[in-house]
Design a binder for this molecule. Structure first.
Ligand code: SF4
Ligand code: SF4
Length: 311
């Protein structure tokens, strides 16, 4: 199965609009399993309007919870917690102790040392993930709750589900909207990918983050191909990016002009390729054809991110 991961490093480059348009174009050519791996702030669903067929809880890590019926109020847990997670004021009268879930690191020290065994240690419910249907095909996506961590583990879970279900459905393409940045969620996004598509823009921060994600792809031996979005905002910077791609051996898939059709499509919850043709959507169709015909890698990419089981 071919795995295409669209990433950008910097936010706001148009990655999701481009991914949604690719989902549309892929649906016209045999279809793809779609996957939104930006679990901290997903937005592909805004354009694809998925209908949830399945909803699952994502649990990862542990958190301490004080049982007020057992707690004697000795304060040992507050003294020992290095993260300031044990706070006063559990009872209605403001007495006792409670644990601030956002501060608790799940180290278990308070659990071990509570003389009354009043502290439970439960698996943390960090978010929800979904198997959905869209007008362009099946989609796997998720939403972490605000402030929750372990997004790399959730990304790995989504990719595993997406691969399994794509194989079951006989789909030969997995199309992923990758996580932003260059950290753990992006590494998990790229794990097993056969091709990374890097969306950038001709700004200093766009160029900076392009180099960072391109270096990440090189480190993990994943071929990178580049799209310059809003390329006419700064023609010199666009030319510099093209030169950079040439020097580094990254395929340049093409330039996209700045075009208000992107905003019009967003407002209508559609993809740009669903609206009447514009220079932007025509250029995007050409880029998609280039991607379809990129030489596939002979060997599957190594698995880069294998989440550890819960401790
Ligand atoms: S150590 Fe246990 S008994 Fe003491 S305040 Fe904390 S939860 Fe209550
Ligand atoms: S589990 Fe660790 S971080 Fe959480 S409240 Fe207890 S001592 Fe603090």
């Amino acid at each position: 199965m071919r795995e295409l991961v669209i990433i950008s490093g910097k936010g706001g480059t148009g990655k999701t609009s481009i991914t949604a348009a690719f989902a549309h174009l892929a649906s016209l050519q045999g279809g793809a399993m779609l996957c939104d791996l930006d679990v901290d702030a997903p937005d592909l669903h805004l354009l694809l309007s998925p209908e949830h067929n399945e909803e699952h809880a994502f649990r990862s890590g542990f958190e301490a919870v004080i049982d007020p019926a057992l707690c004697t109020g000795c304060g040992t847990c507050a003294e020992l917690c290095r993260f300031g997670a044990v706070r006063p004021g559990q009872g209605d009268d403001g007495t006792g102790w409670r644990i601030d879930a956002l501060r608790c690191e799940g180290c278990k020290v308070c659990v071990q040392f509570c003389p009354a065994q009043a502290i439970g240690f439960t698996e943390k419910h960090c978010g929800q993930w979904y198997a959905s249907g869209t007008r362009f095909g099946p989609m796997i996506h998720a939403q972490l709750f605000p402030g929750e961590e372990n997004s790399g583990r959730l990304v790995a879970l989504l990719k595993k589900e997406a691969r399994t279900r794509a194989e079951a459905l006989g789909l030969s393409l997995l199309l992923c909207d990758g996580a932003p940045g260059i950290g753990c969620p992006v590494i998990a996004s790229l794990s097993g990918a056969s091709q990374a598509v890097l969306v950038t823009e001709p700004t200093p921060s766009g160029r900076h983050d392009l180099e960072r994600v391109a270096d990440l792809c090189r480190h993990f031996r994943i071929p990178a191909a580049v799209i310059i979005n809003k390329s006419d905002l700064n023609l010199q910077n666009s030319a510099d990016i093209e030169q950079y791609c040439q020097e580094q051996g990254h395929t340049l898939l093409g330039r996209l002009p700045h075009d208000e059709v992107v905003v019009r499509a967003m407002v209508q919850a559609k993809c740009v390729t669903e609206l009447p043709a514009t220079p932007f959507s025509e250029a995007l169709r050409s880029i998609w054809e280039r991607i379809v015909h990129l030489e596939p890698k002979a060997a599957a990419r190594p698995v880069l991110f294998q989440p550890k089981p819960n401790a």
